[in-house]
Structure formats: structure tokens, C-alpha cells
Design a protein around this ligand. Structure first.
Ligand code: ADP
Ligand code: 5GP
Length: 186
């Protein structure tokens, strides 16, 4: 079977993390790439597991040294995927999922034509805002910054290979599984 890079994007709060977690529980042969970020850890997040939490200076050093496959600024923080990490996983023949923003996804596609871009969309903008607020992980300022990104994220979704609407969670995970198993046969 083909080993590919699957890139999953979508507005903050749409349920990317929730959908991916369910997918990974059911598909243990896939692994999720761990990104670097300058944002502070949320309660319960562990360095090296959820993210590699870097200072602004450390992140800038990685940019200067060309260590990122892609990186982007999102809602006031920087996020990036290390080249070395992805190359190692691909060499080991592992199926990788990247959960990154749409700007990063487009950078990946430019460098790796085979990468499959999947956009997770909300059933409505109201539902998105309710989910983002209901998660209780960001303060009002951070919520506003994240909501401001939504329009552009939806616009960039036009460049994606697939869109999955995360209305019913189970249905969304099923659709993701269908897309990925179809791609694995290509
Ligand atoms: P993201 O990773 O896209 O920022 P999360 O996975 O953290 O989003 O989900 C944001 C919130 O929405 C969480 O509280 C999660 O439980 C909830 N959620 C996710 N999927 C659904 C769904 N299909 N229906 C209702 N709530 C959902
Ligand atoms: P959060 O702060 O909610 O964990 O993530 C905010 C946004 O950053 C999400 O859209 C998430 O997909 C994106 N993100 C996470 N890691 C990366 C990365 O390595 N690169 C890019 N470009 N975006 C990322």
C-alpha cells in the first residue's frame, strides 16, 4: 500500500483534533505529526506529545536554519512542521497525518505533490463559534483572533482535495476513513 502524507486543516474549533483522535484510535497504523509552536501550552498539554513548545527565539532559529517543511503564523502565534521528522517517518514507511493551518497545507502541497489535503468544515459559523467557546481553552482575545482567521481559511479550502463537514462526529470520521482508504489504493 502507498504511504502518503495526509494534511488536515480547518478553522479553529471545528473539531479537527476530535475527528483525528477518533480516526487514530481506529487506525493505529497512522501517526500524527507533532508540530512546533510558540503558543503557550494549554492545561494538560505535554511538551513533545501535543507540540514541541518553543520560545520565539528558538522558533526563529529553526526558520533561519531551514529546518521547517512549512511554517505559518496563526492568530498571533507561529506553528511549524520539522522536515527531519516528516522525512524520517516517510522513510520508515509510516502513514502520517499533519494537522496544520491552510497556509501551511498549501506550502506542503507545493513541495510534495502526493500530499492529500483534507479540509474539515463546520456545519455553520454559529456552530463553529459555539464549539470554540465551549472548549474553554482560550480567552476572549484569543477567540476573536481565531474567529478572524475563519474567512481566509474557508477561502483557501478551495485549493484542497477533499472537504468533510463535521456535523455528526461519527459520520465525519467515517468520511475521513473512506477518503483515506480510497487514496491508499491509488
Ligand atoms: P480543533 O482541533 O479543530 O480546534 P477540537 O477538536 O478541539 O477543535 O473541537 C472543538 C470543540 O468542539 C470540542 O469541545 C469538541 O468536543 C467539539 N466537537 C468536535 N466535533 C464535534 C461535533 N461533531 N459536534 C459537536 N461538537 C464537536
Ligand atoms: P492550536 O493553537 O489550536 O493548537 O492550533 C491553531 C492552528 O494552528 C490550527 O489551525 C492548527 O491546525 C495549526 N497548526 C498546528 N500545527 C501547525 C504546524 O505545524 N504548521 C501550521 N502551519 N499550522 C499548524
Amino acid at each position: 500500500m502507498n504511504k502518503k502524507l495526509y494534511v488536515i486543516s480547518g478553522p479553529s474549533g471545528v473539531g479537527k483534533g476530535t475527528v483525528i483522535k477518533k480516526f487514530l484510535d481506529r487506525n493505529p497504523d497512522f501517526m500524527l505529526s507533532v508540530s512546533c509552536t510558540t503558543r503557550l501550552p494549554r492545561e494538560g498539554e505535554i511538551d513533545g506529545v501535543n507540540y514541541f513548545f518553543l520560545s520565539k527565539e528558538e522558533f526563529q532559529k529553526c526558520i533561519d536554519e531551514g529546518k521547517f517543511l512549512e511554517w505559518a503564523e496563526f492568530a498571533g502565534n507561529r506553528y511549524g512542521t520539522k522536515k527531519k521528522y516528516i522525512n524520517k517517518c516517510l522513510e520508515e514507511g509510516r502513514n502520517i497525518i499533519l494537522e496544520i493551518d491552510t497556509k501551511g497545507a498549501i506550502q506542503v502541497k507545493k513541495q510534495m505533490e502526493d500530499a492529500v489535503l483534507i479540509f474539515i468544515a463546520p456545519p455553520s459559523l454559529d456552530a463553529l463559534e459555539n464549539r470554540l467557546r465551549g472548549r474553554h481553552t482560550e480567552d476572549e482575545n484569543a477567540i476573536q483572533k481565531r474567529l478572524k482567521e475563519v474567512k481566509e481559511e474557508l477561502e483557501r479550502a478551495k485549493n484542497f482535495d477533499y472537504t468533510v463537514i463535521n456535523d455528526d462526529l461519527e459520520k465525519a470520521v467515517g468520511e475521513l476513513e473512506k477518503i483515506i482508504s480510497g487514496e491508499r489504493l491509488c
